[in-house]
Design a protein around this ligand. Structure first.
Ligand SMILES: [Zn+2]
Length: 778
């Protein structure tokens, strides 16, 4: 991929734009001053009509192939380029795009932006590379008579093009000031409750204070604006001083659960840490994207833990992010955290959450723990001071940290960042842990081996060592408990241990009251489902087993959330009820269904999704009411609960109706279509029909989803397949598509993952069934 900064180094952009949401157009004059390095210069410019180019005020020759604007005949040296252009607004949630919502019987339209990673070039001609930092000044004119609010993050200090943003439309919001004098405003669409921005304001205010205090460099802007957008492809985007979010990732309505508050808190803290790491100091090129994301993905936990210690937020890191990283990183073909990128299409596939975010965060935590938080902050402060408004590579960070560490940060991190995978340690010897195939000898440098969650490795204990730790389980620290179970689950998926031992193991935990421990039990129980065919005698027995497993816990916590339930009990109950739902416990499903009230805001928020799931399970006709409500309700959390409940129902006729929503983006927004698809696919009652639908609607799916998420389809489908027949169908459809750079890795890894699973079923199925037939060792 050719870098355009080698021809022209921009210093300042002045954008004078006209944006018309009715005509769906964008255009105007872009003035860029900077330094021409050669007599021909190039700008990224996707699908624009370009009417005129001036260089230092003089008309100039240019070529426009709708991807690159090439201007020739320059004198090298300082130059001012003026480009007059016209383009259209996108509808696929990238570049400058249209987003809509319904309010008081009318459709409201917003113009928003998503420029990361390489979509600024779809909104205006520019050198669209992170290294090409410049100052920006944007003026936006609207059609005559428009009363839209225009939010834009300029004039800006020096920053990369991907951090520029605007949002134009009807919003309402609230402003507060934090203790350090930063003005924080959070906006939402008019159909959202104005008070639903309060929590986001609070967490933003406190996160910025936390980072000010710990990073030693103050938040460099005087304002921080956050906007919830009705259509948003990712979770959120850290545009400098104008952070954009999916509604469900920012708004906390009165009806919200503690789980929603936690995820909003983490998301806001993540984006705001990027204001330093990513925005103030930026990676030189996309191969170091992990520099941004690993850092932000660990910092969000430090910040939220400091602000709301009662959330016990680290538990979620260990049982969520760490587990996701370990599972993904055990599949052959996985990328390394640091990854070369050439093709622009490849930039999109770099965002493998389990690796770039979760594994990266785990590695960062390993370093922070090894050097200590205070020393880490000293290094970070120097790093920010040295490189502010500039670009860096990974080694710049390691150099800054090395000064305050008593070990070689650079050496430790290079091996983990540049290589895929991690070691499994047996008797002090290590091999690369792989779910399928030979595990080669390996030599990762490891700090002291700990039995807590530090360190990206797993321990393969002998049966005796394992039993010994189980016997004194109550004396272990929570992290030691989690590692013991997580590592055992992973090794049991290989020749190192048998899956059959997991059944009696989980049953030992039926009286356990820690939600964190239970979330690993949930993982193990879900993992064992692969051994039972849908609707078979064995599956029915397994469901009975699961029902028994959770019975004692449910009788202790009750079906419905109570006022004085703490964070642990709320989380525990939702895990137990999820398993009880899988077990199809008719008695409890009926009890929950009886609590249904069509005024969803009246339902106990923490039990709402369980009630909605149960109601439609026992009474499929309620689907009509759910569908109507889904169309009319704006609250993102209730909408999500309804959508999920509709995909979990038992009635096939109803499920096929729900499947029709896959072709109704006016009902289920494109941003939510993948969720709808994969939840339906995971319902064995319609799995075949849903896959068939995908194969016949692939072009439509491609058009609708942003290219960042297309690889979710081969990836998450692979996570569910457990029969040879389904694998054949998978190969038939996805193999021919694997020549596309955006899909290649996901398909390759999908194949490896399914292969490993089919082999595991073959080798362990008899033993697992035998134990289940002996009553599951209860
Ligand atoms: Zn991020």
């Amino acid at each position: 991929m050719e870098r355009l900064i080698k021809y022209f180094v921009p210093e300042k952009y002045i954008l004078d734009l006209e944006v018309d949401k009715f005509k769906k157009t964008i255009g105007g004059v872009v003035k860029v001053s900077g330094e021409a390095v050669s007599d021909t210069i190039k700008f990224h410019a996707i699908d624009f009509e370009i009417s005129k180019v001036l260089v230092n005020g003089i008309p100039c020759e240019f070529k426009n192939d709708k991807k690159i604007l090439e201007i020739s005949g320059l004198e090298p040296g300082a130059a001012e380029i003026e480009v007059s252009y016209n383009g259209t607004l996108n509808e696929n949630m990238q570049g400058a795009y249209l987003s809509t919502y319904e309010y008081e019987g009318k459709t409201e339209t917003i113009v928003a932006t998503q420029f990361e990673s390489h979509y600024a070039r779809e909104a205006f001609p520019c050198i669209d590379e992170p290294e090409a930092k410049a100052e920006f000044d944007v003026k936006i004119s609207l059609p005559e008579g428009s009363d839209d609010l225009v939010l834009v993050n300029t004039p800006s200090p020096r920053m990369s093009t991907y951090l520029l943003a605007w949002a134009i439309g009807h919003f309402h919001g609230k402003t507060i000031k934090n203790k350090h004098g930063v003005e924080i405003t959070t906006y939402a669409a008019l159909n959202q409750d104005i008070d639903s921005v309060d929590f986001a304001n609070e967490i933003a205010a406190k996160s910025l204070e936390f980072y000010d205090d710990n990073f030693g460099v103050k938040y460099p802007l005087d304002k921080c604006i956050q906007v919830a957008l009705p259509d948003f492809e990712a979770g959120a985007m850290e545009n400098w001083g104008l952070v954009t979010y999916r509604e469900s990732m920012l708004l906390v309505p009165k009806s919200a659960t503690l789980g929603t508050k936690k995820s909003v808190a983490l998301t806001v803290a993540h984006e705001l840490s990027h204001q330093w790491f990513g925005d103030l100091v930026t990676m030189k090129w996309w191969d170091d994207l992990w520099l941004n994301e690993s850092f932000a993905s660990v910092m969000e936990y430090y910040a939220v833990d400091a602000i709301f210690p009662e959330y016990k937020i680290w538990e979620g890191f260990f049982t969520g992010d760490c587990l996701a990283a370990l599972r993904r990183d055990s599949i052959d073909g996985v990328q390394s955290v640091h990854q070369d990128v050439n093709d622009p299409e490849e930039i999109a596939t770099l965002f493998d959450g389990a690796i770039v975010y979760a594994k990266g965060a785990r590695l960062m935590l390993m370093v922070i723990r090894a050097m200590g938080w205070d020393n880490f902050c000293k290094g970070i402060k120097e790093y920010f001071e040295e490189f502010k408004y500039k670009n860096t590579v990974g080694d710049d960070l390691w150099r800054a940290l090395n000064k305050y560490a008593d070990f070689d940060v650079k050496e430790l991190m290079h091996t983990f960042i540049d290589k895929p995978g991690y070691p499994v340690i047996s008797d002090g010897k290590q091999k690369r842990f792989l779910l399928d195939g030979e595990m080669p000898e390996s030599s990762w440098p490891l700090p002291k081996i700990m039995e807590d969650m530090s360190g990206h490795y797993i321990l393969n204990l002998s049966d005796k060592e394992f039993e010994d730790r189980l016997a004194r389980f109550d004396d272990l620290s929570l992290e030691e408990k989690l590692r013991l179970l997580i590592d055992r689950d992973l090794v049991s998926k290989t020749e190192l241990s048998s899956s059959a031992s997991l059944l009696p193991l989980v049953f030992k935990f039926r009286e356990e009251m820690s939600a964190a421990v239970w979330s690993i039990i949930l993982t193990i129980v879900s993992g064992l489902k692969i051994f039972f065919e849908y609707d078979s005698v064995e599956e029915k027995k397994y469901k009975e087993f699961v029902k028994d497993l959770v019975a004692s816990g449910i009788s202790k916590v009750g079906l419905v959330a109570k006022k004085d339930d703490d964070e642990n009990i709320l989380r525990l109950r939702s895990i137990l009820l999820a398993l009880d739902f899988y077990a199809e416990n008719e008695t409890n499903l009926k009890k929950l269904a009886d609590l249904y009230d069509s005024d969803y805001e009246k339902l106990n928020a923490e039990t709402r999704s369980d009630i909605l799931d149960a109601k439609i399970y026992v009474e499929p006709d309620i689907l009509t009411e759910y569908l109507e409500a889904y169309k009319n309700i704006a609250d993102p959390e209730i909408k999500y609960d309804l959508l999920l409940a509709m995909t979990l129902m038992k009635d096939k006729t109803g499920l096929l109706k729900v499947m029709k929503l896959l072709e109704q983006p006016e009902v289920v927004k494109p941003q939510d279509q993948f969720h709808l698809f994969i939840y339906l696919y995971r319902n064995p009652r319609v799995k075949t029909e849903v896959f068939e639908w995908l194969t016949t609607h692939w072009e439509y799916v491609k058009k609708m989803s942003g290219d960042k998420s297309l690889d979710n389809y081969p990836r998450y489908i692979a996570g569910t397949i457990k029969t040879k027949e389904d694998f054949d169908e998978y190969l038939k459809f996805f193999e021919p598509l694997s020549s596309e750079p955006a899909l290649a890795r996901a398909v390759e890894m999908g194949k490896n993952e399914i292969n490993a699973r089919l082999k595991l079923i073959e080798s362990d199925k008899d033993a697992v069934t035998a134990i289940l037939n002996k009553n599951g060792a209860r």
